[in-house]
Design a protein around this ligand. Structure first.
Ligand code: ATP
Ligand code: MG
Length: 375
């Protein structure tokens, strides 16, 4: 019995209501025992005095009878009131059990289901009180868990798919060599080497992505000169641009302030976007890196005259492993669709934004990101 009360909020509440009623009734009984007789006498004698002192022996007797009757009716009323109060207490605690304990029980059940891996669990959130707020927050948490779980599942699927492609190619070439179908010459070895290299790059990119997304790196914020940053990137990518006869131009606003950023990471972002522009722009194209100040930020843009991006892909190209044309990327040197995801994570870690614009296929693309200016 005691255990039941200890484990049920409704029973505890009923008990507390009953305790209040018992205390109330006890106070009334004590009052009726000790205060009522003397107070009754006083009031009656006041009345007798008002009647002109007419009280005699028979008057005293009838008075005590009157008091006894009065006390009996008082006790009767008290008994009815106590019973009524108890009924009300029971009804209230039942009502409370429905409105408070039922949602708590639902949440407790949902928590158990979530801990068993059913992340699509939700509870009803009715009303506007604290419990409804708790239920709403609980649902948000469950939704977030659901997203994380499906992201984890998708990631494992994507990674295994990405790893399988070069592995299959290496395995195929090796089998060809063993069966004597493929000649054991430089070309075959280079092909296998290129696939192994691709695998290596993919693993490196994945490692970098997980580090960047988990914020497992320190940003060394410094005041940086925008023009020297752009020069470093241009110098690094010049050979690639030359080999495709792509001109690499700059449009740097004259009043550019310094930016507050981590130098290596800022270079990485810019190299990433310019590298993409080089990769997705055919020979004899043009790439323009520009920078201008917009309020307390510097806005960098990398514009190319390349293959462009169809509008329906624009919102997804920053997603992990997302490529507009998977087969084309592979043939064109094997992009894995991680570069822009890393770039976005880095820009956001600096407190900036990044987006892509393109009017469509063969119309060129522009990638823009912002970094805070140094104050
Ligand atoms: N300048 C660009 N012009 C046209 N398409 C682009 C451009 N930059 C990116 N894309 C598209 O966005 C996709 C994602 O780019 P991202 O840099 O993330 O991956 P990737 O270049 O394919 O591979 P990697 O991880 O090696 O960089 C590309 O596959 C390409 O389809
Ligand atoms: Mg890329």
């Amino acid at each position: 019995m005691l255990d039941y009360f200890r484990r049920h909020l409704g029973a505890k509440l009923l008990l507390s209501y009953l305790a209040i009623i018992v205390v109330g009734v006890a106070v009334l009984i004590v009052a009726s025992q000790f205060i009522l007789p003397s107070s009754f006498d006083r009031h009656m004698s006041d009345m007798g005095m008002m009647d002109g002192g007419m009280m005699d022996m028979s008057g005293t007797n009838s008075m005590s009878q009157l008091f006894i009757d009065f006390r009996a009716s008082f006790n009767e009323a008290l008994t009815y009131a106590t019973v009524a109060a108890m009924l009300v207490a029971a009804a209230l605690s039942l009502l409370f059990t429905r409105s408070v304990i039922a949602p708590v029980q639902a949440m407790s059940l949902a928590t158990k289901r979530i801990s068993e891996g059913h992340y699509d669990e939700h509870v009803q959130a009715q009303g506007e009180d604290e419990l409804a707020g708790l239920a709403m927050r609980f649902n948000q948490m469950a939704e977030k868990l659901d997203q994380v779980e499906s992201m984890r599942r998708r990631l494992i699927g994507d990674v295994s798919h990405e790893l399988r492609t070069p592995l299959t190619a290496i395995k195929g070439s090796m089998e060809g060599l063993m069966d004597g179908i493929l000649p054991a010459n430089d070309e075959t070895f280079q092909q296998i080497h290129a696939e192994a290299d691709r695998l290596n790059r993919l693993v490196d990119d994945l490692q970098e992505l997980s580090r960047v997304e988990a914020h497992a790196y320190q940003l060394d914020f410094r005041s940086l000169d925008v023009s020297s940053l752009v020069q470093i990137v241009a110098k690094r990518l010049a050979p690639q641009a030359e080999s495709k006869r792509i001109s690499l131009d700059f449009e740097l606003a004259p009043d550019l302030p310094h930016i507050l950023a981590d130098e290596d990471r800022a270079i990485q972002i810019l190299t990433n976007l310019t590298g993409n522009a080089l990769q997705y722009t055919p020979e004899d194209g043009r790439i323009t890196i520009s920078a201008k100040r917009i309020s307390d930020e510097v806005q960098f843009s990398v514009r190319d005259t390349g293959i462009g991006i169809p509008p329906e892909h624009l919102s997804r190209i920053f997603d992990r492993f997302y490529r507009v044309d998977k087969s084309r990327s592979r043939q064109a040197g094997g992009g894995s669709g991680i570069g822009l995801t890393i770039a976005r994570a880095l820009v956001e870690a600096h407190g900036g934004r990044i987006w892509a614009e393109s009017t469509g296929e063969k119309q060129g693309s522009t990638f823009t990101f912002t970094l805070k200016k140094f104050v």
